[in-house]
Design a protein around this ligand. Structure first.
Ligand SMILES: Cc1ncc(COP(=O)(O)O)c(C=O)c1O
Length: 407
């Protein structure tokens, strides 16, 4: 590929990475023959690993049978995926699934779902979405507005609704923010069970989520769990919120559902949220490509592999090994503040070095790690989130390279 072509496929200078021609397991193969360990699963997407023929075959088969059908009309694959999700994955009482194509679309849809719920139950004054600082919920204007990713919001501020933000670890601050905004104006609170891109696998204190659940209930504010990154096994359980002993009102997920093979995301909610909307005759508008058959086929194949190969258990096991190896190798390094996270979503808190510099140096040594952080005052961090099929030898290599680069 010419330098000119590399410049053409994004607006800004974002295309600085190596040219990847194929991928297998936890490795990416470059055009010039390098094998890069994908220690972040791309952007924390590739949960089942690369190069799975059976997913590709399922998608091809779906494409041979059907190209495009209106998003609101059933197809066998749409119905099958909804059944699998409701019966095997979603919390009890979550009997409706809305498909979209990526995390931002799904979070945006969750906001519209929350709003339509409030209007349908006679609370038309409730429209604000409270978010946390730091956080990342997507790149549409509504998801940027609710998010606390300072760097990614930069330049767009005048276009973003000024919704309240609360510190990521302070439940009492949420109650304060609802009071200050006027409870009759607040539709929902959104949070990531483990904060990903904006902070690098930050886990809230014990009891935080129980307190948040109680506050949302007290004020009639819907609790949205943004599981775009944490969903589908990434934290060593099906959902990130399962670690915290609470059930949100609305769950959003993406990334791992398609495993990197197909663009698909979802919103689901308890019947008590959805039913009033249905009964009032309101709608939550779909996207033209919501639930495309090829995406449903890919997601079904991905979920089948997770189940058959017990990949969530493997994620938990390999996560423990990776964490222990990181603690051993760099836990006491002067630039490392903390090693944290859950399952195979681990963060290395940094001090005195930039995540971008470490990530570039690691990439030169054929290990891809995700640079997390969103600008001061949030400290930078490394986000390490390899596919669940990562081997012990690959874990050793990842940790070795991080040690070398920090050293
Ligand atoms: C927690 C969370 N929500 C939403 C998004 C947005 O997803 P997408 O980039 O697929 O639109 C991301 C992406 O990183 C995310 O991590």
């Amino acid at each position: 590929m010419s330098d000119l072509a590399r410049d053409r496929f994004t607006f800004t200078a974002q295309s600085g990475g190596p040219t990847i021609v194929s991928a297998e397991g936890a490795e990416l193969l470059t055009a010039d023959g390098r094998r890069i360990i994908d220690a972040a699963g791309g952007a924390v997407v590739c949960n089942i690993g690369h190069g799975r023929r059976e997913v590709v075959d399922a998608v091809a088969q779906a494409m041979r049978s059907l190209d495009y059908v209106l998003p609101t009309w059933p197809t066998p694959l749409r119905l099958q995926l909804s059944d699998v999700l409701v019966e095997k994955w979603l919390p009890s009482g979550f009997n409706h699934v809305f498909f979209a194509n990526g995390g931002s679309e799904a979070v945006d849809s969750a906001f519209r779902l929350a709003r339509q719920h409030q209007v349908s139950v006679g609370q038309p004054g409730r429209y604000k979405i409270i978010g946390r600082q730091p956080s990342y919920h997507g790149s549409t204007l509504a998801t940027l507005a609710a998010g606390g990713h300072t760097h990614r919001r930069s330049g767009y501020e005048p276009m973003l609704s000024e919704w309240p933000k609360v510190p990521w670890n302070d439940a009492a601050a949420l109650a304060g923010a609802i009071e200050a905004a006027g409870p009759e104006t607040v539709a929902a609170f959104i949070a990531e069970p483990v904060i990903g891109a904006a902070a690098g696998a930050l886990v809230a204190p014990v009891d935080y989520w129980a307190a948040v659940r109680a506050i949302c209930d007290e004020y009639g504010v819907l609790l949205i769990a943004d599981e775009v990154m944490t969903g589908f096994g990434r934290t060593g359980r099906r959902w990130g919120h399962e670690h915290d002993g609470i059930v949100p009102d609305i769950v959003v997920s993406g990334k791992g559902l398609g495993g990197g093979y197909v663009p698909i995301s979802l919103v689901s909610a308890h019947d008590r949220i959805v039913d009033p909307i249905t009964n009032s005759g309101r709608i939550v508008i779909f996207f033209t490509f919501s639930g495309h058959d090829s995406s449903c086929a890919g997601a079904l194949a991905v979920l089948e592999i997770i189940e058959r190969e017990n990949l969530i258990e493997r994620c938990e096991l390999q996560g423990r090994k990776l964490r222990a190896a990181l603690e051993d190798a760099i836990g006491k390094h002067r630039c490392v503040t903390e090693i944290r996270g859950r399952g195979l979503m681990l963060g290395v808190g940094l001090e005195g070095v930039s995540a971008a510099d470490i990530v570039l140096a690691a990439l030169e040594k054929d290990v891809w790690i995700y640079p997390a952080g969103c600008g001061a005052p949030t400290p930078d961090a490394l986000l390490i989130a390899p596919p669940f099929v990562i081997t012990d030898a690959q874990i050793e290599r990842i940790v070795g390279v991080i040690g070398e680069v920090l050293g």
